[in-house]
Design a protein around this ligand. Sequence first.
Ligand code: ATP
Ligand code: MG
Length: 180
Amino acid sequence: MHLKKVEIQGFKSFADKTEIEFKEGITAIVGPNGSGKSNVSDAIRWVLGEQSVKTLRGSKMEDIIFSGTSKRKPLGYSEVTITFDNKNGSIPIDYTEVAVTRRMFRSGESEYYINKNSCRLKDVRELFMDTGVGKDGYSIIGQGRIDEILSTRPEDRRHIFEEAAGIVKYKTRKEEAERK
Ligand code: ATP
Ligand code: MG
């Protein structure tokens, strides 16, 4: 599965609409301290449904919306879209390209879209379950995560392998059914 594009508008330091394309091969984002490199990975986590303000390095969810500068007014909402190539069908949906969008206003409510169709966060979660891409998937390895993988309790480590093996979906459904 290939992440082709990230479009960011109003998220953290990205006031203007910014499009980042990822070609085949390795892409590195470089820049001085505080220039917004980590904000790009935060945006990817956020659009995939990250709800933890701490993980997004803020103190409240509103902190992810562009807060203005001396020359620029704060913005009213944040919107991020990421587009995956799905020609090999690894995302279980009948499209060769999959775009996920999240939009959030200062009131705090988030809207989610899959290929421009409004959906629930649950739909986004389910779509990426077992693909390794979800907000907790192994495809995003943040600072400190390597240590975590090496040192956490075996039960936590097991989750990583379950995701890779593609059984998280079934486990989640089972747990949901048992709760009802
Ligand atoms: P480093 O090399 O130190 O890791 P970085 O390139 O990863 O730096 P980021 O952490 O991505 O930098 O970006 C931090 C910048 O984002 C800071 O300048 C901060 O002011 C800005 N920023 C964070 N949230 C917002 C927001 N809501 N509105 C405007 N700017 C923001
Ligand atoms: Mg950084």
